[in-house]
Design a protein around this ligand. Structure first.
Ligand code: GLV
Ligand code: MG
Length: 294
């Protein structure tokens, strides 16, 4: 898996030392991750390592061993089960110390924070602001469902009997709003039924529609759907570029310095430009091409 991950079309890969690793295999997993990061070719991807959470005996060893051995290959540390701002601040301090000890640039390694319990959702604002290293808030649906006693075992699907809305909406929206307030990415967590690509697609679509920046994939079969769902459609991308071009012209001297103009049947103004900037940036990042002039 560690070899195969290097060639997959995912934007980011994280190597897991936490819940996918049995307690007795933690040392071996750490050694495997170090060897894979040292010897592999991870170019073109953001690379993260998920360490164990602070309630275990392993977090410090995970950080010290990984950053000492291959800190120059690690873009982010993914912190699970962040229960308070202290968890994030503690990781920041430890990273700073190890970076100094081994001569790495202090502060280059980022932190991605998993929000996956009732407590973390309540303290999310403080958690999000606890370190300047923090780059993303990541929803952890499985642990979150366990934490609130949600009555289902199917992660990412609605609990049977709840038919009046989306049972995840509150958590997803709270994470998204906090992420935007702190200028962080908002990332949706895993969909565990890896053979059910339609289910993955449905779950990814609703996160993308809300405004999430991405979603975890657990299996290569989920990657194509994830990339597609989180890229704008060609129509939306063309429209966004057209809005930017038209608004740029309208507000210029040549266009009469107008702040509100018609583009086709739609009035566009500064808020339209802001929305278009987001869609256009995602489309460009996904390698979409303009199909024609506005
Ligand atoms: C991921 O860590 C999850 O708990 O869903
Ligand atoms: Mg989890």
């Amino acid at each position: 898996m560690l070899d195969k991950a290097q060639g997959l079309e995912a934007d980011e890969v994280f190597l897991d030392l936490e819940d996918a690793v049995a307690a007795d295999a933690k040392d071996q997993a750490r050694a495997n991750a170090i060897a894979a990061l040292r010897d592999g070719d991870w170019s073109g991807k953001t690379v993260a390592v998920r360490v164990n959470d602070w309630s275990t005996a392993w977090t410090h060893r995970d950080v010290v061993d990984i950053v000492t051995a291959v800190g120059n290959r690690v873009d982010c540390v993914l912190l699970p089960k962040a229960e308070s701002a202290h968890h994030v601040a503690g990781l920041d301090l430890l990273l700073t110390q190890v970076e100094k000890a081994v001569g790495l640039d202090v502060g280059r390694i980022g932190i991605e924070v998993q929000i996956e319990s009732a407590r973390s959702l309540l303290d999310i604002d403080a958690i999000a602001g606890a370190s300047t290293r923090t780059e993303a808030l990541v929803f952890g649906p499985a642990d979150f469902m366990a934490s609130i006693n949600m009555r289902t075992l199917t992660v990412g699907e609605q609990p049977p009997g709840y038919d009046v809305g989306d049972a995840y909406h509150y958590a997803l929206m709270r994470i998204l709003v906090t992420a935007r307030a702190h200028d962080l990415q908002a990332i949706d967590g895993p969909y565990l039924q890896v053979r059910d690509t339609a289910g993955f697609r449905r779950s990814a679509h609703s996160a993308a529609a809300l405004g999430y920046d991405g979603k975890w994939v657990l299996h290569p079969d989920q990657i194509a759907a994830g990339n597609e769902v989180f890229s704008p459609s060609p129509e939306d991308y063309d429209r966004a570029e057209a809005i930017l071009a038209a608004y740029d012209h309208a507000t210029s001297d040549a266009g009469g310095r107008r702040g509100a103009v018609m583009l086709g049947d739609e009035m566009i103004d500064e808020a339209s430009r802001k929305m278009a900037v987001v869609v256009a940036a995602k489309g460009r990042a996904a390698g979409l091409d303009r199909r024609g002039e506005p």
